[in-house]
Write a protein that binds this ligand. Sequence first.
Ligand code: VAH
Length: 312
Amino acid sequence: KIMVTGALGQIGSELITKLRSEYGTENVLATDIRRMDSATEGPFEILDVTDANNMHALAKDFGADTMMHMAALLSAKAEDEPLFAWNLNMGGLMNALEVSRELDMQFFTPSSIGAFGPSTPKKDTPQDTLQRPTTMYGVNKVAGELLCDYYFHKFGMDTRGVRFPGLISYVAQPGGGTTDYAVDIYYKALEEGKYTSYIAEGTRMDMMYMPDALQAIVDLMEADPTKLIHRNAFNVTAMSFEPSEIAASIKKQIPTFEMAYDVDPVRQAIADSWPDSIDPTAAINEWGFKANYDLDKMTVDMLSKLKIKLNV
Ligand code: VAH
């Protein structure tokens, strides 16, 4: 029985659907700080992850044996409000780890390519390498990785995580990320036929389509623990592209699409501090990670799904 925090977030909102189809609706408790807008079936509770007592009570009452902690403030928002980001990202994580330890739960939380910094090798970034991020979000992610490994070594907790690249999806729009230009571009391509990117041409970053991200979570959590050399957190990626390449992929489907640039220095600085492409070999070798969507396959699926969602 799985408890999910941040169930209304970009990953959380689709993770709930994925987990309920894999394990049964009644076995997945969705929680978030506000009520679900669309009245979907299945267990849901209001939870502020900085409230340890409520988190413990909900997990205990539900009989959860697995915690998937997805609630967090993303990179750009965290740069705007670093203190709030620290309290939410680290306070929430510590509560989720403690509740999971007390109730003997298996544990998952995502890290990010944001856990790397300017001094990290940018090409084929190794699984084990220098991590000195220059953003509050990155500090939170590195600290989070170390904390999750600590709970594994110190308390024998079954903690597992992946370093997600930028995630692209059409269900819930991301809030406050840096890679979100790669989501916004699809909406604007259909709504306006053009997009003005806040990330500069030539800025290469790792990306992944949401279906591959959700499958990676399930595959990692079901992996044979004796095969895991690493735990928190595995590099995973499906593709690496820069704005002009996603624009070209969209142009193949919408020939009249036009791309422009108006760089946002804050989010550009964040993007520049991250790797260009990371090496997912450890995830492939230790638990069979694989991605099914490349850029063009993702573009075709995103545009077809958004045409329905936007009714265009
Ligand atoms: C962000 N989408 O932009 C998130 C993610 C790697 C990027 O951490 O902050």
